[in-house]
Ligand binder design. Structure first.
Ligand code: PMP
Length: 445
């Protein structure tokens, strides 16, 4: 590294500028809810690597299962033969499904690939092309997933044309619809369902519409749970017209919201569900889950992938499913969630800091704080260049980093998201809330 003053400079030079970074540094170790940097800094991790290390870093049982599998079989190619962990994982997932009709699985590596798979499946079995997505949605960075992403133009700028046949529906989120934060969700939902009727009569005929894709909790787009009445309305429209409902649980699934899958809050049946992130606690693994009656229509060879359903990742995922039960993880999520909401609402009630907080929302340990935009700035300013004033939320996130905590913003508005490990202790949760409160006070005052 002779021509660079440090390894970080070396990385900043040679790693593509296309990847943004929150912290300058090199992480050398992760343990539970903490990560350690090469320079000795230890930080509380409220990002969980973007909602992935749900059981903390390097959970002994999960990493142990992966290590053991490494010595038996690493690459069991899914188009050559089954391997054990692939089938064991299906066995573990079946009883966790939000609806018993979800009984057909294929595994991939990333959330984006799972979304691609869901779109391909929907188009193939319906014989229709168009997909309806939500304003503010995030579904990934590959071409199909990027085409149904609507959270921020930075993800698609300079990459057009994307997959055609995508139509956008407003999502029942007060801020996006220009309403006040206390507008009843039934009113917002009714408006968006009316817009769906218009969309199907004016833009994409039901006979051309393969699927509606929606996150149970809009993630990168601001951590807004989809109101149950909206999801029920979508289900009704899908049933009426033979359109498939794709529920993207990549970020909200697998215990994150206090239920196995966030769609359970509404009881709505997905036709296709995508899962990734927490599924293998950091090993790359994703799933497209549907019903056999649909996937039986696919021709053999039409799906696959060199690394899809890797044996080590599947073995880790089997351990994750077991740990979820053994550690009664949903109980911890719900107990810590109540403490997190209480801490954030206390901040909101503070006479000095409260006025800058517009909203505290979310489910389980998928929670966001939305700040009011500072006077003279708009929450809709697209990122044009680095001379623009930095957003309040990212200044708060950076102050948290200085104070020893990793925490992320979302893509839209002035929003900070809380996605700590699902097994975080009461003490570490309180510590994170204290760091956040201090950071807000220092930035806002
Ligand atoms: N869908 C949702 C809801 C997501 O939050 C993400 C990732 N943030 C993706 C899809 C894409 O997943 P990946 O980054 O693993 O490709």
């Amino acid at each position: 590294f002779s021509s660079h003053s440090s390894l970080v400079d070396f990385g900043n030079y040679h790693v593509t500028k296309g990847i943004a970074r929150l912290v300058d540094g090199i992480i050398t170790k992760g343990e539970g809810s903490y990560v350690t940097f090469e320079d000795g800094r230890t930080m509380l991790d409220f990002s969980s690597g973007i909602g992935v290390t749900n059981f903390g870093h390097c959970h002994a049982k999960i990493s142990g299962a992966a290590a053991e599998q490494c010595m038996k079989l690493v690459h069991g190619q899914c188009s050559i033969a089954f391997h054990g962990p692939y089938l064991q994982l299906i066995e573990r997932l079946l009883p966790m499904m939000p609806h018993p009709s979800l009984d057909s699985f294929f595994f991939w590596n990333s959330g984006s690939e799972a979304v691609e798979g869901a779109i391909k499946l929907a188009r193939n079995v319906t014989g229709r092309q168009n997909i309806i997505t939500m304003q503010g949605a995030y579904h990934g960075r590959t071409f199909g997933a990027m085409a149904v992403t609507r959270s921020k133009t930075i993800y698609s700028e300079g990459f057009h044309p994307l997959m055609p046949g995508v139509f956008t529906l407003p999502f029942p989120y007060w801020h996006q619809l220009g309403r006040s934060p206390d507008t009843p969700s039934s009113e917002l939902s009714a408006f968006c369902l009316d817009q769906l009727a218009l969309l199907l009569s004016q833009q994409s005929s039901p006979r051309d519409t393969a699927a509606i894709i929606i996150e149970s909790v809009i993630g990168e787009g601001g951590y807004v749970p989809a109101p149950p009445e909206f999801l029920h309305g979508l289900r009704e429209v899908c049933d009426k017209h033979g359109i498939l409902l794709i529920i993207d649980e990549v970020q909200s699934g697998y215990g994150r919201t206090g239920k196995n899958f966030a769609i359970e809050y509404s009881g709505v049946r997905p036709d296709i569900m995508t899962v990734a992130k927490g599924l293998a606690n950091g090993f790359p693994l994703s799933a497209v889950i549907s019903r056999k009656e649909l996937t039986d229509q696919l021709k053999a060879g039409s799906m696959g992938g060199t690394y899809a359903g890797n044996a080590v990742a599947c073995a880790a995922a089997v351990a994750v499913a077991d740990v979820m039960k053994e550690e009664r993880i949903l109980d911890n999520v719900n107990a810590r969630s109540a403490e997190l909401f209480s801490a954030l609402n206390t901040l909101r009630a503070d006479p000095k800091l409260g006025p800058c907080i517009l909203d505290v929302r979310g489910q389980g340990l998928m929670v966001a704080v939305e700040f009011a935009s500072p006077v003279g700035t708009s929450p809709h300013d697209p990122f044009i260049n680095s001379t623009m004033p930095e957003k309040l939320a990212s200044r708060v996130a950076k102050r948290c980093v200085q104070k020893g905590m990793l925490i992320l913003t979302t893509s839209v508005y002035e929003t900070i998201r809380f996605i700590p490990p699902l097994n975080i202790s009461k003490e570490d949760l309180a510590k994170g809330c204290k760091i956040f409160a201090e950071a807000v006070e220092e930035i806002v005052r």
